[in-house]
Unconditional design. Structure first.
Length: 163
């Protein structure tokens, strides 16, 4: 995939009806001109990493995930409320197992469940009605399988709470 115009952490419409958001827990803050607010570039035209995290990268990332999540919920005419989501699929962890989680339908709720201790990248894709994510991490160097989002059933929520 050509990622030259895919801004790190920002949602991007890569083809008709398809949106991608990349979220990482490692700092992606870059230096900006204090007066103009424009991103500073090195001699090769690449952004320059900030020495200290300003939390800007994290906040922007959360906003992007929230945007995608709410867009997906809106497509199903069920925005404006917090739901329990079932997020499941295969290729999870070094054993590449099948698995799922139940998460609240907010960016923070989803990141609480999909985030792990070490560095990770979550690549969300909204295509048509389908929202999915793949996680890359130390144990998942080639990424997990496609983990698909849907509303959890009452039975799944009860099972999850009593697991
Ligand atoms: Zn940062």
């Amino acid at each position: 995939m050509d990622t030259s115009n895919l801004y790190y952490g920002d949602e991007e419409q890569t083809e008709e009806g398809k949106y991608e958001v990349e979220f990482t827990n490692s700092c992606t803050c870059t230096k900006t001109d204090e007066e103009t607010g424009e991103e500073l570039l090195d001699e090769r035209g690449n952004p320059i990493a900030e020495e200290y995290c300003t939390d800007y990268c994290w906040e922007t990332g959360i906003e992007n995930v929230e945007w995608l999540l709410q867009t997906w919920l809106g497509k199903q005419n069920i925005g404006g409320q917090v739901y329990d989501l079932h997020i499941g699929g295969g290729g999870i962890g070094w054993q590449r197992r099948e698995g799922y989680t139940i998460a609240k339908s907010t960016a923070q709720g989803v990141l609480d469940k999909l985030g792990i201790g070490g560095d990770y990248i979550l690549r969300f894709t909204l295509q048509g009605e389908e929202l999915s994510v793949r996680r890359s991490s130390h144990d998942e160097p080639t990424g997990t399988g496609k983990l698909v989002f849907r509303l959890a059933t009452d039975e799944e929520i009860e099972l999850w709470e009593n697991r």
